[in-house]
Design a protein around this ligand. Structure first.
Ligand SMILES: [Zn+2]
Length: 425
């Protein structure tokens, strides 16, 4: 283990001990800004809440490439998957000190890795070519942070050509996943009401019946156990099972009372692909209206996160060459259960989110984000830094002369020249 890795593991643990919910990332952002300034980056804080944007200018003119990490923790009372907890403790000495808040989605690792990538590239033996923009975003869990940062216009003014990110995943530590053309579903929220009947009870029963019919649009249910969850993840890798989940609708429902006392059925639809979002909204509307009901949409659907086919493929090829083909897994479908507001950055510039393997089955570390026992093998931090620092350096070296800047298109060659990272083994 290198000094760089040890310092980042300590940073991760510091963030893990003091998790902050979406929109409250003051201390985490402060730590990030301090580390980035010490590394010599130009840092702007308070971007769309507690967002941090840091710029690393290289030695010569070149493209601008952006890297994003998210910083917020999970409300364990509402956002942990309903799996039974084990009594294992993996974070002896650095457990969360905040009741009901924990880094169950691995954003503490993402943040430490982002700092590590920035430091490695700022302090490498060769200055980078072009410009790197590091975006540390707040409020990912509420899907509000990316929008808030973009609303300031700062990221757009830096005009990145490509955008990258990674997310912890239940693949084994030492591996990293790419998913060309796939990603994470879009989200729609619908509220369904029926005109009041003579008896309040019958109106509620009719609504329950209608909600059950709407539920039939779901094609995949939330996993009920860790084994089921891991099964779905691994099915993304198998061509046959991946083929069967090219389209997915994961639906959750709950009822509540409107201020006038009428029952309201809420429906959340997570839909892949993106094109199916509005189509499905229309299908639900037609079904409900045929039953005499009304559908209200509190907002526009939240977009799906779509990885660029070309840039994900190029990333997978680069990582295969740099780390060995056994280190790279190729996902051939979208994970159906979680949305991601990196989607909005990918609307500004094409790019890819990669799946960083953090599981260690022998040690009982599940690596499954949002599981109540989420635990990550911390060696993933060093792997993530080396993978992403190398990838970003590679992308800065790719010529954009033909207008698309895609190494994958120009014959599919991979530049094996990884970043020179201090202390990398
Ligand atoms: Zn997450």
């Amino acid at each position: 283990m290198t000094n760089l890795d040890e310092g980042l593991i300590e940073l991760r643990r510091e963030i893990h001990r003091r998790p902050e919910l979406a929109g409250e990332e003051r201390e985490t952002a402060g730590l990030v800004a301090q580390h980035l300034r010490e590394a010599g980056l130009e840092v702007t804080t308070g971007v769309g809440g507690h967002g941090v944007v840091a710029v690393l200018d290289g030695s010569a003119d070149g493209p601008t490439v952006a890297y994003r990490a998210d910083m917020d923790a999970v409300d364990t009372r509402t956002s942990a998957l309903p799996f039974p907890r084990s009594d294992r403790a993996f974070d002896e000495g650095f457990a969360s000190r905040v009741r009901g808040v924990a880094h169950l989605c691995g954003h503490d690792l993402h943040t430490a890795i982002g700092v590590g990538v920035a430091r490695a590239l700022a302090q490498g033996s060769d200055p980078v070519r072009g410009r790197l923009v590091f975006v540390f975003q707040p409020a990912e869990e509420s899907l509000r942070g990316a929008r808030a940062m973009l609303d300031t216009g700062l990221v757009q003014s830096l005009a990145p050509r490509e955008f990258y990110a990674l997310h912890c995943s239940p693949f084994p530590v030492g591996t990293i996943g790419v998913s060309p053309g796939y990603g994470l579903p879009g989200l729609d929220h619908l509220r369904i009401t029926l005109p009041g009947g003579d008896e309040a009870g019958s109106a509620a029963a009719a609504l329950t019946e209608l909600a059950a019919e709407v539920g039939e649009f779901g094609t995949v249910g939330y996993p009920r156990s860790l084994a089921e969850y891991q099964g779905v993840f691994h099915s993304l890798l198998d061509p046959e099972s991946a083929a069967s989940i090219q389209e997915s609708v994961c639906l959750t429902q709950w009822t509540e009372q409107a201020p006038d006392g009428r029952p309201v059925a809420n429906v959340l639809l997570r839909v892949w692909p993106q094109e199916r979002l509005l189509e499905l909204r229309g299908q639900v509307k037609r079904l409900v209206e045929a039953a005499g009901g009304h559908v209200e949409c509190p907002g526009d659907p939240f977009p799906a996160m779509v990885n660029s086919t070309d840039l994900s493929t190029a990333a997978g090829r680069y990582l295969s060459a740099a780390l060995g083909p056994e280190s790279v897994v190729w996902a051939r479908a979208s994970w159906p259960f979680n949305c991601e507001d990196f989607a909005l950055f990918l609307q500004e510039a094409p790019g890819a989110q990669l799946y960083l393997g953090v599981a260690n089955a022998e040690a009982g570390m599940d690596g499954a984000p949002h599981s109540p026992d989420f635990a990550a093998d911390e060696r993933a931090i060093g792997h993530g830094v080396r993978a992403m620092a190398g990838l970003l350096t590679d992308r800065l070296g790719v010529r954009g002369g033909d207008g698309d800047g895609l190494g994958a298109r120009s014959g599919g060659e991979v530049r094996g020249r990884g970043a020179v990272i201090p202390g990398s083994a």
